[in-house]
Design a protein around this ligand. Structure first.
Ligand code: F6P
Length: 736
């Protein structure tokens, strides 16, 4: 449109310029033509009057001459006529000016001369009559206003014609430009199609340099995904670094999450202890950030966090081999209450997980949530060294941050990953702030979920509550002109896991753990390891152990279940109650199925990754019985820990991981009896079957590791950036 207007304006300017140029020529021409016309009419008067004048003169009929003059004087355009004879007026029409003298007469037949009388300016022409000794002249006088009137009419005509030509020309030029642009756009589309289909350029295609550049960029675009995905089936920190260097050269990566990857705590003896939090988010993202470098902004929650940062609130991590900066953000008690415990964990967490815990929404929590999201957005803007960083926003704590960051850094590529499930639109509809949350998330360039199912739920939710344009084929949502792509990225773990580096052989781990738990060597061990969260189905798996021992008493005194659970969000009553219930249930089961050792051993404390992996290696089976889970990385860690290809995974159908780890024994955690039967089946499974299942799952986790997860998001970000570059090029071409 802008181009068309521009064409129109140019043509208009040309028309105005041309009019100004032809103006003097045209008006001169009209004046000349008007004069000639007057002359011609004077000559006609003379031709018509010559003979009657001769006759009347010869007859000496003075009255006749006067009447003749009077009649001629009434001719159209004639003001007056006079008959001069030997320099004296012999007869004249009534309108002849009193001051007229025959001396005013121009030479015979000459062109007009202008004579100014008291009342008027007249155009005077004279014609000689007779060939005798007398000098007789007919003088014809026309009004010079007549020429002026003609000139005015001519000027008006020229102006109208110029306007008409200008507008007509502008319209034609715009139409022409539109047709050319349309053809160009079709050509560019064709170029895009050709490039996508790998067809060579046909003559007559988008042959402009811009078209060429677009083709090249598109070729690069498709190469990105194909080459990286095909060439590097094994994603590693190296391939991730390579992908970043090749596809996003010079880019700045900023990770943002609530939970920090390294927590510094001060112990009672005054020393500082470094803790790696029990967080799926951290275990996935930490190795990725190590590979990519950059800055990770997170809440500094440790008691010694302030003592370990520099003046910019930064500390380089990992401490053993620093590769990225951890920028800590300080939150007051009040902020943590409202934003983290309140809105995030009493509102959004139960809202998004189907665990039948009622979400709580408080206006004061919501205000704090908004405020803390704003603080995170400001920290991102302050950390950014370029106007277009790649910002990787993590999880439900920061739903409003994408929009807030977009407002501060409009050119940023914002990739948001939602680590928990997204419920159906009906469930999400109970959230009083649903529109704001959706609006916040749609500030992202790309919004990721673990599964296609959660992507679909999100799109349906947007469709139901927000006025936007949804492209289901592209899986994108456009809100107020900004497009967000919604994509599934199944999260995973690093391969090989760092915690595997110093593990002792499986046999040694079995012996060591059994010793610690006071178990005879031949006792079979089941393990469950996670945060003490009501979504994890910890009570349900205890009930399954109960069901197993009830239905299969032969396993009494031959089976023990170790539940390692890290206390989490303990300020919230739901979490405290869960821990109390779990302890009571364990006691009850142990009492009923008691023997030389407790059947259920509950260890409620934080375990470092190395300890977790040792437990995985010592177990005969692992139970992951989430009532609802985005992915669940414990399941993948168990598989990664078993390089002996032994052990059985019992996995909830309601964890995202069950979509990938099909060789696990898939269970419904709400069905204690069936889960008990699954435990029995696992305990009875022969080595060959265990090996076969574990081998396939290990291949799956190895190839679809966390570097692939991050790599796909970053490649999509690169893809998007290139697409935006094309749009800018097309825009430029449109303006050219
Ligand atoms: O599963 C959602 C999640 O944020 C994970 O990403 C993380 O593992 C866990 O919750 C940690 O919770 P918190 O940070 O509250 O301890």
């Amino acid at each position: 449109m802008r181009v068309l207007i521009r064409y129109g304006v140019v043509v208009l300017a040309i028309a105005i310029g041309a009019t100004m140029l032809i103006w003097p020529v045209a008006t001169g021409f009209v004046e000349d033509w008007a004069r000639r016309d007057v002359e011609m009419r004077s000559r006609l008067v003379y031709s018509a009057a010559r003979d009657p004048i001769e006759t009347l003169r010869e007859a000496g009929d003075e009255a006749g001459l006067t009447r003749l003059m009077e009649r001629i004087g009434q001719d159209d355009g004639v003001v007056a006529v006079a008959l001069c004879e030997n320099g004296v007026v012999r007869a004249g029409s009534p309108a002849m000016p009193a001051e007229f003298r025959c001396s005013h007469t121009p030479a015979n037949g000459s062109s007009l001369s202008i004579v100014t009388f008291e009342d008027a300016r007249l155009l005077v022409s004279a014609y000689s009559l007779g060939e005798g000794s007398d000098q007789v002249t007919l003088v014809v006088m026309h009004d010079d206003q007549e020429i002026e009137a003609r000139l005015s009419r001519a000027r008006l005509f020229i102006i109208l014609a110029a306007i008409g030509i200008a507008f007509g020309g502008a319209a034609l030029a715009s139409l022409f430009a539109y047709l050319v642009m349309r053809r160009w756009t079709i050509s560019v589309r064709q170029a895009i199609e050709d490039a996508r289909a790998g067809r060579p350029e046909e003559s007559g295609g988008a042959s402009t340099m811009i078209g060429e550049e677009i083709r090249k960029t598109l070729a690069e675009l498709d190469f990105v995904r194909h080459s990286i995905d095909a060439a590097h089936t094994e994603w590693s920190p190296e391939t991730l670094r390579l992908a970043l260097a090749n596809e996003l050269p010079g880019s700045e990566v900023i990770v943002v999450s609530n939970r920090e990857p390294y927590i510094h705590n001060r112990l009672e003896d005054g020393t500082i202890q470094l803790q790696r939090p029990a967080s799926g988010l951290v275990s996935a993202l930490e190795p990725v950030t190590r590979a990519c470098g950059g800055v990770w902004i997170a809440h500094g929650s440790g008691t010694a966090d302030r003592d370990t940062v520099d003046s910019d609130d930064r500390v380089m991590v990992p401490p053993s081999n620093p590769s990225y900066a951890l920028r800590r953000l300080w939150l007051t008690e009040e902020e943590q209450e409202g934003y983290y415990y309140g809105f995030a964990n009493e509102g959004l967490w139960p809202l998004c997980h189907i665990a039948f815990v009622r979400p709580v929404f408080r206006e004061s929590d919501w205000r704090m949530y908004r405020e803390v999201n704003r603080r995170f957005a400001e920290a991102v803007a302050a950390e950014a060294r370029r106007p277009d960083p790649i910002v990787l926003i993590q999880d439900y704590h920061l739903a409003l941050a994408p929009r807030m960051i977009r407002e501060r850094l409009p050119e940023a590529t914002i990739v948001t990953f939602w680590h928990i499930p997204w419920p159906n639109s009906e469930t999400f509809g109970i959230c009083p702030y649903k529109e704001d949350i959706i609006d916040g998330l749609l500030g992202s360039s790309i919004l990721g979920f673990h599964t296609q199912f959660h992507c679909n739920n999100f799109i349906e939710t947007v469709d139901r509550f927000v006025e936007s344009r949804i492209d289901r084929e592209e899986a994108s949502i456009t809100l107020r002109g900004h497009e967000t792509f919604v994509r599934p990225y199944p999260i995973s773990i690093e391969w090989p896991p760092a915690a595997m580096a110093n593990q002792k052989p499986v046999e040694e781990a079995r012996v060591a753990v059994r010793e610690r738990l006071g178990l005879p060597e031949d006792v079979r061990l089941g393990v469950g390891i996670e945060r003490f969260d009501y979504t994890k189905g910890i009570l349900d798996r205890m009930r399954a152990v109960d069901a197993l021992l009830t239905t299969h008493p032969e396993w009494r005194e031959r089976f023990c279940f170790l539940q390692a659970a890290a206390p989490t969000r303990s300020k919230l009553s739901n979490y405290r109650t869960l821990q109390e219930e779990a302890e009571a249930l364990a006691q009850d089961i142990n009492a009923r199925h008691g023997g030389p050792f407790p059947v259920i051993q509950l260890v409620a404390r934080h375990h470092d990754p190395e300890e977790v992996f040792e437990l995985f290696r010592a177990g005969d089976l692992c139970i992951v019985s989430s009532l609802h889970d985005g992915m669940n990385l414990v399941a993948k860690e168990f598989v990664a820990a078993r390089d002996d290809e032994r052990g059985v995974l019992i996995l909830s159908a309601f964890a995202g991981a069950s979509r990938e780890l099909n060789e696990a024994l898939i269970v419904n955690p709400y069905d204690a009896y069936a889960m008990g039967e699954a435990i029995a089946r696992a305990l009875e499974m022969d080595e060959a079957e265990q090996r076969e299942r574990m081998h396939t799952m290990r291949q799956q986790v190895q190839s679809r590791n966390v570097y692939r997860w991050a790599g796909q998001m970053l490649l999509d970000a690169a893809h998007l950036r290139k697409k935006q570059r094309i749009m800018r090029l097309m825009d430029k071409a449109g303006q050219a």
